[in-house]
Write a protein that binds this ligand. Structure first.
Ligand code: NAD
Length: 275
């Protein structure tokens, strides 16, 4: 018996990194999952691994049409949606605030905050008639303090937390719990591609381990474990909360991040994809 036996989930950004680990965890705990991501190629291994328990729906989380369709696939293929995970993300705009363009603002906030708004909106609409459901959004330690990420990433992730707390108030009486997780730096393609070239996981893990009170880098599955807890009935009394999974980094002070130095641009996660 898994904690998520028979549950139906949608995971945005489920093709890579933390999202992929969430899909693996959810399936291992008994759920069926719709992976809603831009990147079908990246999802191929997941689909091979999990067979009928996983479907892929090409989704741009900035598109209301796409997000509504992803929720629709859960309902049409599996009959309902029990868990919505708003996880898709990019690093987005980097560089000094005075040189940050409106275009990079729009792109960053669109993926990181509008995407979460749309996922929350369409999951809520499907869950309310059921009288049950769980919505979990991937925030960041940059949602909790300043200085751990680029300006607009930090602003958008603070917004994710605000939306989580606000919507939890509305949806609690409908039997729907709304929470966030706040990972610290975690070894995923987002962090291994941060420097414009793809670094080995081990090299990034060694660097991240130095910032952890535990001396060990966080892996995607460490975050997925927290998400699976929040999705399960073990968290039945938990709503409007943010679960910080950061190896104690935010308990030990912050460090000024390099994102505010250098040239401005947008980081989407792929190596060399900065402009
Ligand atoms: P990742 O780059 O490995 O995965 C991100 C996924 O999101 C990819 O599969 C990508 O295709 C998808 N995606 C990007 N834009 C999309 C869009 N518009 N529509 C649909 N899918 C889109 O990164 P990750 O590290 O696994 O990040 C997952 C989440 O965790 C993000 O919200 C990120 O901000 C957050 N986070 C990551 C870290 C970290 O250190 N890795 C720390 C804190 C928070």
């Amino acid at each position: 018996m898994g904690r998520l036996d028979g549950r139906i989930a949608v995971v945005t950004g489920g093709a890579s990194g933390i999202g992929e680990a969430i899909v693996d965890r959810f399936v291992a705990e008994g759920a069926s999952v719709v992976v809603a991501d831009l990147d079908q190629e990246a999802a191929a291994a997941l689909l091979d691994r999990h067979g009928d328990s996983v479907r892929f729906q090409r989704t741009d989380v900035t598109s209301e049409h796409d997000v509504a369709a992803a929720v629709g696939v859960a309902v049409s293929e599996f009959g309902r949606i029990d868990v919505m995970v708003n996880n898709a993300g990019i690093v987005g705009a980097v560089g000094p605030i005075a040189q940050t363009s409106v275009e990079s603002y729009d792109e960053t906030v669109s993926v990181l905050l509008k995407g979460v708004f749309l996922g929350t909106k369409h999951a809520a609409a499907a869950m309310q008639p059921q009288g049950s459901g769980v919505i979990i959004s991937t925030a960041s330690t940059a949602a909790v303090v300043g200085g751990l990420g680029p300006h607009l990433y930090t602003a958008a992730k603070h917004g994710v937390l605000g939306l989580t707390r606000s919507v939890a108030n509305e949806l609690g009486p409908h039997g729907i719990r709304v929470n966030a997780v706040a990972p610290g730096s975690t070894v995923t393609p987002m962090t291994t591609n941060l420097r414009g070239v793809t670094e080995a996981d081990e090299a990034v893990a060694a660097r991240l381990a130095e910032r952890s009170l535990l001396g060990v880098a966080a892996l995607a599955d460490d975050v997925a474990a927290g998400v699976a807890y929040l999705a399960s009935d073990d968290a039945g009394q938990v709503t409007g909360q943010c679960l910080v999974i950061d190896g104690g980094q935010t308990a030990s002070g912050t460090e000024v991040h390099r994102f505010h130095a250098g040239s401005s641009g947008v980081l989407r996660g792929a190596p060399g994809d900065e402009h």
